[in-house]
Design a protein around this ligand. Sequence first.
Ligand code: FPP
Length: 229
Amino acid sequence: MDGNGRWASKRFLPRIAGHKKGVDALRRCVKTCGQRGVGVLTVFAFSSENWNRPADEVSGLMDLFAMALVREVPQLQADGVQLHFVGERSGLSQKVAHGIEQAELATASNSRLILNICFNYGGRWDIIQAASKLAAQGRSITERAMNEVMALAHVADPDLVIRTGAEQRISNFLLWQTAYSEFHFSDKLWPEFDEEALDFAIADFSRRERRFGKTSDQVGGQPDNAIRI
Ligand code: FPP
């Protein structure tokens, strides 16, 4: 969800105003995904590296997050959204950790859309925690075993990764899970990422031929499945 800070700076507003707009954009995106039959949406809300931002931005983001958790859950509940928080939970404030627990519990039986919120997350952290878990269990480190213990083990790998804000990097997002994902780069800043932009990304994705290492002849005519973004 890149571009909140720039959206705010362009309007001579504090960066946190951009993050607030970012929550509005996320709400809109979740709604549209539900309407378009997207089965899984995973968003990057706070990275392991975001702790290095100025202290007032970090505390502003934590407050916003704790507030949004309480405020948004009833609507997510009504829309059949199942929430998962993906990331390192130790080091989070009591308020945020409690909000996360409550939100997951309240939405656990929903099934229309799975919304994964990556928070205090890093792709390298995820690989290390998974490998450490296997080592502690005395298991061999195989691809299948890793898939079972990665932080997103409850969903299949993403089909499409959308990066907004004209950036073209992976920035320690789903390093393991995006091995065969399609990428779409949008110039829109996240607060401006609307229904039209999402539809444009999905249309772009639907034109891609996914070969997973095979030849074009081998994969021709395979039906599309529900999209995971
Ligand atoms: C990146 O844009 C955005 C973030 C680090 C924060 C995103 C968080 C939210 C939208 C709030 C999420 C809330 C919930 C409840 C999930 P940036 O600040 O790096 O933008 P810039 O590239 O313009 O500086």
